[in-house]
Design a protein around this ligand. Sequence first.
Ligand SMILES: [Zn+2]
Ligand SMILES: [Zn+2]
Length: 419
Amino acid sequence: MLFFSFILLLCTLPLLALCAEDYYKLLGVERDASDRELRKSYRKLSKQYHPDKNPDNETAQERFVAIAEAYEALIEPETRKIYDQYGHDGLTKHKQGRGPGHAHDPFDLFSRFFGGSGHFGHHSGERRGPNMEVRLAVPLREFYNGGETTFTIEKDHVCEACEGSGSEDGEVDVCDVCGGRGMRIQKHMLAPGIFQQVQGTCDACGGKGKTVRHKCNVCGGARVAKEPESFTVHVERGMPKGARVSFENEADENPDWIAGDLIVQLVEKEPVLGPDGAEDEHIARTDGTFFRRKGKDLFWREVLSLREAWMGDWARNITHLDGHVVRLSRPRGAVIQPGSVEMVEGQGMPIWQSDAEGDPLAFGNLLVEYVVVLPDMMDEAMEGDFWATWEKWRAKVGVDLFKDSGRPVIVEASAHDEL
Ligand SMILES: [Zn+2]
Ligand SMILES: [Zn+2]
């Protein structure tokens, strides 16, 4: 019998855990978390699970409510103490003791953090703050390989100390100059007995309609304070230069509106030549620095000696942006014209989202331009040998430069010229 009740207990335990998840776990913080950590976690999670961002996801919506409940219980020292000692039951009893009417609205809490009415009203006609644009420089290597880049910006946050009221003691008065309208009508005398009425912003309250006697000493009454916040951008393979990634409702916050979007524009970072033996193998491998991108293609410049360009029999290994090697080579006797361009298929940039429909990722081409360097000086004996060789062959198999030039024939030119 005892055994069976034990089994029963085991079965009901997970159910219990589901009904009332631990507040600390819900917020993803340690039991000794500071108020600041609680706020930070609430900020992050409440945005993530907000019903407006998860319209058809009931689990997320329930989580949003649960997170608000957990935050409100833990941020209040009295209820936190009760929770720590007696858990959920203790809190339930405590709430009953205070009588009805203490149910908190999770959207109200959200609006105290982020301004506006607590909703991301795209259709409710709610005021939206301006969008914010930042440019983020990403190395070409990352556009090729994809990856995550984290950056930090300073942006306005609704002041936590005064919860956006601007007041130290939480008291906000209606402006007695304009009566809360934020506007006032002033009379100007144009001529004796002739007045003009002009409506202007109330200068006593700056158009807000409210005044605060004791200003919050954190934000100085501004109701918002600049704070750093980090974001992580996922750079997808082959994303175009100038691509925009937007973070919804992450621009400057203000109690009067719902924050606009933070828009991150990805630009290409100037390549940096890594020092030899740098710790990061990728940086040390400097080949990646010399690729240039144009759309889906990559460009590369390869230098050949006169002998290589003319006689062939050479090979080069280029380390690509992800570390794989592209081999360029010519057998003996293969001539390469200076300035000619070779196209290596499939060795360009990944084509953005070309794998979206389950296809393998497609790539652009690598265009290799050959530059031929002539020797500055020649050994005297070598010069002699070459001269003799030229003399021997130039009359027999020379190139007709005039014909090759494609110019119209005006006068008769000699049939042969230099090799
Ligand atoms: Zn006023
Ligand atoms: Zn403040």
